[in-house]
Design a protein around this ligand. Structure first.
Ligand code: PAF
Length: 293
């Protein structure tokens, strides 16, 4: 695996076809699934590792983000990544940026309402990665459903010649969606946190049995949260990310919950025919929790 630090070096390696897996690092099995799918579908696999300050609305969250370069590079190599693009802050933002990418509508609800500036930071860095590397395909997790909707619409609006490939969520064995934040949960918070995925799975079960009423589907999640108040539980249109009152089109049911000072998000993808994509659960302990990693 080559490690490159500049856009110019990275772009010079690009062949047809090239797939890109953008990451913030602290790689887990969710990223590894994106990388193996990217490996199967492309001749060259590039993964980027950049902790993007623009998308952290809370500076403490940016500071707390785990940075383990050697660990991540080793895992990426094992997953078949050919090129690790790890730009410095100066390479990514050589001067104070005066240009930002703003995606309207989609970014105003749910995560957008709770994390001011977050989506603008993501849209800007993803645009820079796609423009600066020029891959044929880019792989994003369904776990960040609103981000995926935003990136897909942005790429279409800007006629960027890249295919956005959505990949299913990977979960810990009990259902908790993988996130670098899981390692910050205390034992008690970890026990409570599983209510989030349990609630989403319960809602998907109701949908499979015929329920289509948005309020009932959302309430099914709240009912599993043992009295905890979620920041939001929203049944959203997958194309616009707008709240919908009935499951009558492709949708995702998304929720955010703060537990023990750690903010978690999760969702399931729901179809109007009653089918769903809940993601897959690991059978073993996630690499997130391996001390030596
Ligand atoms: O989903 C993420 O990890 C980040 O938002 C991304 C897409 C790598 C942009 O920094």
């Amino acid at each position: 695996m080559r490690i490159v630090r500049t856009f110019a070096d990275c772009r010079s390696l690009v062949i047809r076809s090239t797939g890109l897996v953008p990451t913030l690092g602290f790689v887990h099995e969710g990223h590894l699934d994106l990388m193996s799918r990217c490996r199967r579908e492309n001749d060259l696999v590039i993964s980027s590792l950049f902790v993007n300050p623009l998308q952290f609305n809370d500076p403490a969250d940016f500071d707390a983000y785990p940075r383990k370069f050697d660990r991540d590079a080793g895992l990426m190599e094992e997953a078949g990544v050919d090129v690790l693009f790890a730009p410095s802050l100066e390479e990514m933002y050589p001067t104070e940026p005066v240009t930002a990418v703003v995606v309207k509508g989609i970014t105003e609800f749910m995560e957008g309402a709770h994390r001011p500036g977050h989506f603008e930071g993501v849209a800007t860095v993803v645009t820079k990665l796609l423009a600066g590397i020029q891959p044929d395909r880019a792989y994003f997790g369904k776990k960040d459903a609103q981000q995926l909707t935003m990136v897909t619409r942005m790429v279409g609006d800007l006629s960027m010649p890249v295919e956005i490939v959505p990949c299913s969520t990977v979960r810990e064995a009990d259902g908790l969606a993988l996130s670098s934040r899981n390692v910050r949960l205390s034992d008690e918070a970890r026990r409570l946190a599983v209510g989030l995925s349990r609630g989403l799975f319960h809602a998907a079960d109701l949908v499979a049995l015929g329920e289509r009423d948005g309020a009932v589907i959302e309430q099914a999640v709240v009912d599993q949260l043992a009295g905890m108040s979620p920041e939001y539980v929203t049944l959203a249109d997958r194309f616009s990310a707008e709240t919908i009152a009935r499951l009558d089109r492709p949708a995702f049911l998304a929720a955010a919950l703060e537990v023990g000072g750690v903010r978690l998000i999760d969702n399931v993808w729901l179809e109007p025919d009653g089918s769903s994509d809940l993601g897959r659960c690991l059978e073993e302990t996630s690499i997130l929790h391996w001390e030596e990693r």
